[in-house]
Design a protein around this ligand. Structure first.
Ligand SMILES: Nc1ncnc2c1ncn2[C@@H]1O[C@H](COP(=O)(O)OP(=O)(O)OP(=O)(O)O)[C@@H](O)[C@H]1O
Ligand SMILES: [Mg+2]
Length: 304
């Protein structure tokens, strides 16, 4: 197993509600390796979403630490956090938080616009991702002109546009019909095998959990069980599809896929290429667009 990407140590979280302390996480320990794919399951109200928000740095633990490659992100300033989040994490929520005034293509481009990345390669990458999720024919539709499942797929493409190391998904297929859910699940597995993207998915879907190589079960705010199946994933009929450990990114020949030409498309060198791209965009004509979208995007993040 490769080195840990993120480690939660003794994470506790309490909320204060009407003057009463509500303990929600009671000491969660969890380590997720690079390239791993796991799901978190457990009864409603057991703290899954709370943990996901804390892992995603959208909320702070009451105590305990969250380290990414050894760096404790609970100690970062809010501007450092925003940068870290934008570069490292992709979020997919049950309710997708798309921006209603922008079309599908612009919504997918948004994380890159916020960073001031050059518009042309970003647009190309966004278009490719929308094609990959089956929405080539809906690029110019605004969220209100898309079905729920289509909106969810736009949100997924948006989460992937900067090639994050880790996708955090909270019931990503909770609002989708079974066929669309299956397509989204399949896409997760493909991206994991092809790009080495790490996935942590909170789900109530038995189907999804059955196919995951690792299932973490939470109960009463702690990890009750952490089950690693064989290092393989299975398709819907239970057939073994691939051994995750022996299929590095690009091993299926996808290294030549067109998206590799987009900015920061190589997941093995995310920060340097993104930094360069970001620097080269200083004074870029897109500066205004990026500046205006920052607030909107922050707002989306807060709502998330
Ligand atoms: N801001 C808050 N203030 C008070 N209590 C909260 C707050 N946010 C969450 N909780 C409580 O924390 C508990 C865990 O919530 P959480 O959303 O993490 O559960 P979950 O495991 O994701 O459940 P579900 O499967 O229903 O989505 C719940 O009982 C919830 O009421
Ligand atoms: Mg939840």
């Amino acid at each position: 197993m490769s080195e840990p990407l993120v480690v939660a140590r003794d994470v506790k979280k309490t909320f204060v509600h009407e003057g009463k302390v509500v303990p929600v996480l009671n000491g969660v320990d969890l380590s997720v390796a690079k390239g791993e794919m796991l799901c978190v399951v457990g009864p409603s109200g057991t703290g899954k979403s709370t943990l996901l928000h804390i892992l995603g740095t959208l909320d702070l633990p009451t105590s305990g630490s969250i380290t990414y490659e050894g760096r404790d992100v609970t100690r970062l300033s809010s501007s450092e956090l925003a940068r870290f989040r934008n570069r490292t994490l992709g979020f997919v929520f049950q309710f997708h938080h798309l921006m209603p005034e922008f079309d599908a293509l612009e919504n997918v481009m948004m994380p890159g616009l916020v960073q001031g990345l050059p518009r042309a390669p970003l647009k190309k990458r966004a278009r490719e991702l929308l094609e990959e999720v089956g929405l080539a024919h809906r690029l110019a539709h605004r969220p209100g002109e898309l079905s729920g499942g289509e909106q969810q797929r736009v949100a997924l493409a948006r989460a992937l546009v900067l090639d994050p190391a880790l996708i955090l998904a909270d019931e990503p297929t909770g609002n989708l019909d079974s066929r669309t859910s299956e397509q989204v699940h399949q896409l997760f597995f493909e991206l994991n095998a092809r790009r080495g993207t790490t996935f942590l998915i909170v789900t109530h879907s038995r189907d999804m959990a059955q196919r995951m190589p690792r299932v973490v079960t939470m109960r009463d705010g702690v990890v009750e069980r952490d089950e690693r199946k064989s290092e393989t994933y299975r398709d819907r009929d239970g057939r073994q599809e691939a051994a995750l450990d022996v299929l590095p990114p690009g091993a299926d020949g996808s290294a030549t896929e067109p998206s590799a030409t987009a900015t920061a498309a190589d997941p093995t060198k995310p920060s340097s290429s993104r930094e360069n791209a970001g620097e080269s965009a200083v004074g870029d004509t897109e500066g205004d667009a990026a500046a205006t979208s920052t607030n909107a995007s922050d707002e989306a993040g807060n709502r998330a």
